[in-house]
Ligand binder design. Structure first.
Ligand code: ZN
Length: 512
């Protein structure tokens, strides 16, 4: 593991940095406690990130308008600024690459970061590859579990990019947006990608209607005539590289498809229109159509229908997430019929290529190593993948290695909370397959992060682990978890580089 950087007392740091600054950026970068790649110059002042005994601080040396726009505590003429929302906004003004931007037509990879400390590690993983990073990605339903705000998610990615000296681009995905207001709020905060989860508007019951019932219901949809004209007595064929898709709708099939999806289409189009209005430009944001949060697989016909109807309503989207066969359980490999997955995936990719091109998006993409090569292959590398939980599990891995006593307590707590916490997930975890943690030596603990059942145990319970407090109101684990990751952050970055890097490599992404 690479060496950890020291934490330096603020007074000492102020002295050393004050001395070095006269000799320029190179000298400043060598001061202990300063992240060497973070040193930047703007408007007559130096800016850099430092590790102090009180946590990370933005250090400002010099005068001028830029320096004045950051607020903090002055020590021997050196300003130490908290990494808060106000300073993050100022940072984006002077160092625009710390703000997310839209992806447009590029392959992309989302790394949700539940703790907000993973960005430099994610950037190390992305560095060798030709793929657009979505460093900020947060589903609104999971924010409560982490005790962070949507603003924190954007800001933390920006601070992480600044620490790492990253001057490239990244995006911010407001994931699983269900309501117009959520989308607009996230837009105002700076999110650049909007993943619209239309599961509440998808009516899967309609799949089971008889032909007659479906046709009757269909006629009640206001746009029924226009929809009929678009599909009746028509057929489409797409083929490439041995994959072929034929699409045609019988009257009853069209009726059922419309009944299942028309409300979802209207809903997504309404959100899109509002975003268009506030952004004022078509390239102002990325839009992802997500129909994956359902019980049944998205058929070729479903995909074709949804895409055609959205296009008809003027929606322009960059990616679409179908529901695939098999199980995409959190933090573990794909479970299911790989051949069937490949056949479905290839068909979806072919439709996306012909109706767009837009990207096929794979959700719950953490650790799906056995299907990654298929995803890369059938999209010709033009895909979007979302991961989140796997970076949390790498954080837990750091703790298994560096603070086994803390891990043991987390493990016991997770066992107690598992039944309750699993309710919101579909997992098949077998707790009996996890060895009792007191029977394991410290050196055996990291291996738990390589096994399906223990991975899921720690994955499912992350919300409780981060939010539970003792009788006196103090966090049971949160502060210690953050403390361990602060002490051993280079270890964390390195683990992320390896693990997320393995994802990107297996997807077959081109190296730079
Ligand atoms: Zn999803």
């Amino acid at each position: 593991m690479s060496a950890e950087l020291g934490k330096v007392d603020i007074n000492e740091l102020a002295q050393e940095a004050g001395k070095a600054v006269g000799e320029g950026a190179g000298a400043l970068a060598k001061v202990e406690g300063i992240y060497p790649l973070s040193v930047k110059f703007a408007d007559g002042a130096f800016f850099c990130l430092a590790r102090t005994g009180q946590g990370k601080r933005l250090v400002v040396l010099g005068e001028g308008k830029a320096a004045g726009d950051f607020s903090g505590e002055s020590v021997s003429g050196v300003k130490f600024c908290a990494l808060d929302a106000e300073n993050a906004a100022a940072l984006r003004n002077y160092f625009p690459w710390t703000a997310p931007v839209p992806i447009g037509r590029r392959a992309s990879f989302g790394t949700g970061d539940r703790l907000g400390v993973a960005t430099p590690g994610h950037l190390q993983a992305f560095a060798p590859y030709e793929i657009f990073p979505v460093l900020a990605q947060q589903s609104m339903r999971e924010l409560g579990r982490t005790g962070r705000t949507a603003q924190d998610v954007i800001d933390d990615a920006g601070w992480g990019a600044f620490e790492a000296g990253y001057v490239g681009t990244f995006a911010a995905d407001a994931d699983h947006i269900k309501k117009i207001d959520e989308a607009l709020d996230c837009y105002r905060l700076g999110f650049t990608m909007f993943t619209i989860d239309a599961s509440d508007q998808i009516d899967l019951q309609a799949v089971h209607l008889s032909d007659e019932q479906a046709l009757t219901g269909f006629r009640e949809i206001p746009a029924y005539r226009q929809i009929t004209e678009r599909y009746a007595d028509k057929s489409w064929n797409f083929s490439r590289g041995g994959v072929s898709v034929d699409i045609a709708f019988s009257d009853a099939e069209l009726a059922r498809c419309a009944l299942v999806y028309h409300k979802a289409v209207e809903h997504m189009a309404a959100i899109y229109d509002q975003l268009r209005k506030v952004s004022g430009a078509e390239a102002g944001f990325d839009f992802e159509v997500s129909v994956d949060e359902t019980e049944t697989d998205t058929t070729e016909r479903d995909h074709f229908f949804v895409a055609t109807e959205l296009a008809e309503r003027g929606v322009k989207w960059q990616s679409l997430a179908p529901k695939f066969t098999g199980q995409f359980q959190k933090g573990i490999d794909y479970i299911g019929d790989k051949a069937k997955f490949e056949q479905q995936f290839a068909a979806h990719a072919l439709i996306a290529e012909n109706l767009g091109p837009y990207k096929i998006s794979v959700h719950s993409g953490s650790d799906k190593f056995s299907i990654f090569p298929l995803v890369g292959q059938h999209t010709g590398g033009y895909f979007h993948l979302k991961t989140a939980g796997t970076s949390w599990l790498e954080a837990v891995r750091v703790i298994t290695v560096k603070n086994p006593a803390l891990y043991r307590r987390m493990h016991e707590f997770a066992l107690e909370h598992f039944e309750q916490d699993r309710a919101s997930y579909h997992v098949t975890t077998d707790l009996a397959a996890i060895p009792p943690v007191d029977s394991l030596a410290d050196s055996d603990l990291p291996a738990l992060m390589d096994k399906v059942d223990s991975r899921q145990l720690l994955h499912i319970t992350y919300g409780s682990l981060l939010s539970c407090r003792d009788g006196a109101g103090a966090f049971l684990f949160r502060d210690e978890i953050y403390g361990a990751l602060y002490d051993y952050e280079q270890t964390y970055y390195q683990m992320l580089e390896r693990h997320i890097g393995r994802h990107i490599e297996t997807l077959g992404v081109k190296r730079r």
